[in-house]
Design a protein around this ligand. Structure first.
Ligand code: ADP
Ligand code: ADP
Length: 232
């Protein structure tokens, strides 16, 4: 089954003076359960691609099928619904709410889901356990290390049990040891069946994934799966 399918995809920003092809005719298929990284220098179109894959923005032309649904022409509201059901986001800057404690931050995506209080409670405890933060539930973001904050954001991304997780420079704000721990956590999620897309400019982070898609100037210039994995 295919999770992500972009066909003849273009995202063009036009102004009176010029036209920028941020995504310039790409084709990309990601199967359910894959772990890929999208890597490229600044300005190559990674963030634009993340916004498209994450249903935060729409293509100028081409089609995007996500988890079997054509989302190419959906309205903002429809896209928000798809996001809530299908996607978990992990950001470089964690995007935690400083006035909410760890438990409440993780609860946020579940508040939109219509899930009952007891069910939410069970779910939050289970994802906090998964990221090793059970004893930090009542702490506020400012009381946690960077690595712990990123683990809260992983727990939040997992809370709704989304089939697809998008991570944008997930280790960008962390020291290298903590960064490796976060990448290890991402690998475990993938082993458990979640499809993962990591977006990064850092080749050493990209190489954690068995499949590496390289962007340059809005185009995919290579798409390689490591031998070890393709031989399985
Ligand atoms: P990356 O994430 O790889 O740095 P981006 O997707 O941010 O690349 O940008 C790709 C290209 O699109 C760049 O040339 C950038 O200047 C341009 N771009 C991105 N967003 C906008 C926008 N909102 N308006 C105009 N141009 C944009
Ligand atoms: P709604 O209006 O339905 O609440 P939002 O646009 O506020 O939808 O956000 C829905 C989801 O998309 C949230 O998980 C949020 O973190 C994420 N999100 C919103 N804006 C951005 C953005 N610019 N970049 C990345 N993720 C975003």
């Amino acid at each position: 089954k295919i999770m992500i399918e972009l066909t003849d995809a273009y995202k063009i920003y036009s102004s009176a003076e010029n036209e920028v092809r941020a995504i310039d005719g790409i084709n990309l298929k990601v199967r359910e359960g894959e772990y890929i990284s999208i890597v490229g220098p600044s300005g190559s179109g990674k963030s634009t691609c993340m916004n498209i894959i994450g249903c935060l923005d729409v293509l100028t032309s081409g089609t995007y099928i996500l988890n079997g649904k054509d989302v190419s022409d959906m309205s903002r509201d429809e896209l928000a619904t798809i996001r809530n059901r299908t996607l978990g986001f992990i950001f470089q800057q964690y995007n935690l709410i400083s006035k909410l404690n760890v438990y409440e931050n993780v609860e946020l995506p579940l508040l939109y889901s219509g899930m009952k209080k007891e069910q939410r409670d069970e779910r939050i405890k289970s994802v906090l356990e998964k990221v090793g933060l059970t004893d930090r539930a009542k702490h506020y973001p400012a009381q946690l290390s960077g690595g712990q904050q990123q683990r809260v954001s992983i727990a939040r991304a997992l809370a709704g049990n989304p089939p697809l997780i998008l991570a944008d420079e997930p280790t960008g704000a962390l020291d290298s040891k903590t960064g490796r721990e976060i990448m290890a956590a991402i690998k475990i999620l993938n082993r458990e069946g979640t499809t993962i897309v990591v977006i990064t400019h850092d080749m050493s982070i990209a190489q954690e994934a068995p499949r590496i898609v390289r962007f340059y100037d809005g185009k995919i210039i290579s798409d390689e799966t490591s031998k070890e994995v393709s031989a399985q």
